[in-house]
Design a protein around this ligand. Structure first.
Ligand code: NAD
Length: 516
């Protein structure tokens, strides 16, 4: 973590959009060079409280402005994102170390969730008449009331798309957002936010704060009406405790140890090409990346040699163009984490099939895409999330063994099944305990399906983003029931005695008519 210092005379213009009243700032390095790249201000706890107070005011007008206004603004933002793609892609690559192609996936996802929420919020969240408990006596209607100010906390790995996946539905639902950006990735978030501000989102409605989690993160979770957290399972538990004490809702998008099953009827070369991408896009620093490959023994030979071949010939690079297949690790901390798991596994007897070395000629924290086999439960690589550059390969003898192995994890975020038989693959997918399962793809099928919920089972999280589920996080359903005045409900003992038989008759009639 770089040491705090006073902000330079020529601050990064985007960084000036951070809500920070003091002069303290830190230098943030780029994984492309390992060198300091830009300065980022430090917000204080007071800055966070101030941002929440302003957001609270801005939210009142935004909620009143209605769905049609919000749709227009968000669709303008969608168009600006596409127009500004080159600038956004440069920032994503510079801050994260991922390739242009993987950066493009982020941008595409951000545009997709923007379009989806702009065009869907009204359909999901408009008020609706519900079935009355006692027909003719009372009516019932549900309206959805925006929760107020949402605190969004995001990690460094997919800063732009993860921000959009939580912020945009919150805005579409009529909420305001105060976002704590991780130091790394903050510029991508600020550039994303700029497009929304230029499209008509009021500045105060989406505020960004940066700084130490112990100050900024804590202050934010103390103040907001709902928390969207994306990050590690360990931090997610702390956020959940805090939300529980305050009795505010939270969605928690956490870690994974995602399995991929390769069945014996899969095309081994195609499966290997897809597995390589599923494991090492963003150098494995993606929550839904594959970390465990279970390959059927009958196909293990051709699949493994194809996988090694793909990875040996792939280009790992840092160019700001579509010129590398894989990027680099995002930080020195990430390199240390990957090497620690790798060294532990190798020292305990794991075999390296491909990779296993630093690539200092590419970038200081670059590590080759690595596949190991012979991984056993005493190795940290076996069950702990790696979140970078290493996949473990295991052999299985049957579909059942593959399912049991895939499910034998504390995590349940994403999984994949590769097979030539769609029905067989679907049968397996239905038996996997994960928030998403992709067939003949690693993660992009479900990641891109913004109309479908995304989230984790077990230690991978609570709640869902995307789809109607993602929007419903940000509203309080309010039921308004109205007495019609046609019939009087019982109040006194005599009235109950008189009406109870009629109500029993009604219950039996509704049951016969199969009316809920
Ligand atoms: P992290 O938990 O260390 O940090 C995530 C964010 O939380 C950062 O902005 C951090 O500053 C903030 N934070 C930390 N402690 C906090 C606290 N007490 N109160 C408030 N905020 C706090 O995670 P990380 O290492 O930055 O990110 C990697 C992890 O995120 C991996 O485990 C990965 O699987 C997970 N992740 C999950 C998803 C998903 O959608 N499920 C997506 C991306 C990343």
């Amino acid at each position: 973590m770089p040491a705090p210092r006073t902000r330079a005379a020529r601050p990064e213009p985007l960084a000036d959009d951070v809500v920070a009243s003091g002069a303290e700032a830190v230098w943030i390095p780029s994984p492309l060079t390992g060198e300091p790249h830009h300065e980022l201000p430090r917000s204080s706890a007071d800055d966070v409280r101030d941002a929440v107070a302003r957001a609270r005011l801005a939210q009142l007008a935004w909620a009143r402005a209605g769905f049609a206004h919000r749709e227009r603004v968000l669709l303008r933002a969608h168009d600006l994102l596409l127009e500004r793609r080159e600038e956004l892609l440069d920032l994503i690559q510079t801050e994260s170390g991922k390739t242009r192609g993987q950066g493009f996936e982020e941008l595409f996802e951000a545009a997709s969730v923007t379009r989806y929420n702009a065009l869907t919020a009204k359909k999901v969240l408009r008020g609706r008449t519900r079935r009355s408990g006692i027909p003719t006596v009372a009516t019932a209607r549900v309206r959805y009331q925006a929760k107020g100010v949402v605190g969004v906390i995001t990690p460094w790995n997919y800063a732009l798309s993860l921000a959009a996946m939580d912020v945009v539905p919150a805005l579409a639902a009529g909420c305001a957002v105060v976002q704590k950006a991780d130091d790394q990735g903050a510029l991508s978030i600020l550039a994303l936010r700029r497009a929304y501000i230029d499209a008509g989102v009021p500045e105060a409605l989406w505020a960004v704060v940066t700084g130490p989690a112990s100050v900024v993160g804590e202050a934010l979770t103390d103040e907001v009406d709902y928390i969207c957290f994306t990050g590690s399972t360990a931090t997610g538990r702390k956020i959940a405790e805090k939300a529980g004490r305050r009795l505010v809702g939270a969605s928690l998008e956490l870690g994974g140890k995602n399995p991929l099953i390769v069945l014996d009827d899969a095309d081994p070369v195609k499966a290997a090409q897809n597995a390589a991408h599923a494991c090492f896009s963003a150098m494995g620093q993606l929550c839904v990346s594959i970390e465990r490959i279970y390959v059927h023994r009958k196909i293990a030979g051709p699949f493994t040699s194809a996988l090694v071949d793909v990875l040996e010939h792939a280009k790992v690079g840092t160019g700001l163009g579509f010129d590398a297949d894989f990027g680099v690790l995002a930080s020195e901390t990430q390199l240390a984490r990957v090497e620690s798991q790798f060294d532990d596994a190798v020292s305990k007897g794991a075999t390296v099939l491909v990779g296993g070395t630093r690539l200092p000629d590419v970038a200081p924290w670059a590590f080759a895409p690595t596949v190991v086999t012979g991984v056993t439960p005493d190795m940290t690589l076996y069950a702990e999330e790696t979140f970078g550059a290493i996949a473990a390969l295991y052999l299985v003898d049957s579909d059942e063994e593959a399912i049991i192995a895939a499910n034998a994890s504390d995590y349940g975020l994403n999984a994949a099944v590769f097979s030539g038989d769609a029905r067989r693959a679907t049968r397996i997918a239905n038996a996997i305990a994960a928030g998403s399962v992709n067939i003949n793809e690693g993660y992009r099928g479900s990641f891109a399906a913004v109309d479908a919920p995304m989230g984790g089972q077990k230690s991978s999280g609570v709640g869902r983003r995307n789809g109607a589920e993602g929007l419903l996080r940000f509203v309080e359903p309010v039921t308004v029931a109205k007495s019609t005045g046609l019939l009087q409900l019982p109040r006194t003992a005599k009235e109950y005695e008189a009406q109870a038989p009629l109500l029993l008759l009604l219950a039996r009639a509704l049951r016969r008519l199969r009316r809920a």
